[in-house]
Design a protein around this ligand. Sequence first.
Ligand code: G4P
Length: 526
Amino acid sequence: MTLAHEVARRRTFAIISHPDAGKTTLTEKLLLFAGAIQIAGSVKARKASRHASSDWMEIEKQRGISVASSVMQIEYRDTVINLLDTPGHQDFSEDTYRVLTAVDAALMMIDAANGVEPQTIRLLQVCRARNTPIITFVNKMDREVREPLDLLSEIEGHLGMDAVPFSWPVGMGKSFGGVFDIRRDRMRVFRAGEDRLSHDDEIIEGIGNPEIARRFGAAFGQARGEIDLIEAAAPPFDAAAFLAGRQTPVFFGSAINNFGVQEVLDALVDMAPPPGSRHALQREVLPEEPRFSGVVFKVQANMDPAHRDRVAFVRVCSGRFERGMRLKVCRTGKEIRPNNVVSFLSQRRELLDEAYAGDVIGIPNHGVLQLGDVLTEGEVLQFTGLPFFAPELFQAVEVADPLRTKQLRTGLTQLGEEGAIQVFRPVAGGALLLGAVGQLQFEVVAHRLKTEYGVAARMMPSRYSMARWITADDPKDLKKFMDANAQHIAYDVVDAPAFLIGSSAQLRVAQELYPNVQFHALREHG
Ligand code: G4P
């Protein structure tokens, strides 16, 4: 197979959803439909064991497993699908955001009873900023949920894009009759599914078919009215608008019942884009270029803390990766030869020995690879766009034993570089500040400081709840601002200055007083 063909048959995506919308269930059903597993239950069991324990060592033990399940590669209809996990819930951290920079499309999953929920909105913002195409799946139609038309307008409101229904539910909850496939003009009749696949779905052709009206009565009457309304009011599906992130196709179903899952899987194959070109400071990099390039978008500490072992997740951007090939780390010029790349769930083992644009390889290392690092066969490239998000939670950190201050600084610098947490050094002196987007990040850092650096850190509340990186076209303007607000300024791990505050009102005042200073909620690596 040619390189171009390998690239064209790849789809790399992540599911974004609020906890409990059914992401784990859908993930499992996608694996089931693609034939990667025969019986649903394995992913679910893993989740259960992970969430059952709040004990830190237990979480640590599970990390090895979560490395392996954080990328799932499946083959379906001659397409190689890479599903990247976005940890949700208590695991929520900046990693979740950065994973979205490594995908070419997102599947937004919504609980039909709850609509678009807060965590989904945060993740959506990242997708919107990158114009990532989004496919929407409205889940749990087997329950008493909200009216589909209502949900549709909520989706449009939050996404700021047109929602184009591809299917429409007939009834819901106890009277859920199935889903009408608007484009193929046929209805798939609902049947509660199990953990296995069945291939004898009942299909009724044609919206005018009297059998549908006879069997599904009022529910069908309502659905038909709504479909007519949508067809009159909603714009037609436009593939270019979808790929540009301006339209989202919407599907309805019930993941737990295997219902509507096949349609979503097919939509991913048929509509989601293959890997595209990537922007580097030096030039545009095309996925089908013969030479390998890849970028580290996530670093995860692995099982053995004593060895500072960690896995760098590399999204392949171009060329072909082969086990054992020589790669250059552009930041340092160092050469590495990854032999024991981490294997991810996959149907065919041989897929693990080579990788193409869109694939993810996990390279175990001892700190040689950092977040944002670019690997090539020799050319110096720096990809742009790996975001660091302004933290929303802050804690001051001190070391219990002053003699270990140096170890604390070393540890925090390394953890900061790795992206586990953001570290700020106030210009006015005093305790270092840690910034995070998820509470768990603080616990992870305290734990790792202790086990990996031998530092008992004391975390203390901070008065800050917001940070903005600051820049100005004229360095004099920046200096003036920094001098006047010195008690609120801190440098991050790459010495970029940030303005730390306690409320958005303070930010507004600063923006009004200093129109020549720009305040950024996001800093891009490189
Ligand atoms: P998450 O990963 O997004 O957090 O969600 P997860 O798949 O764990 O699903 C959350 C809950 O929603 C689970 O119930 C799951 O069974 C249920 N669920 C998922 N899809 C559907 C659906 O289509 N219909 C209905 N009615 N429920 C659905 P749970 O009680 O929390 O867990 P469990 O005891 O069923 O495992």
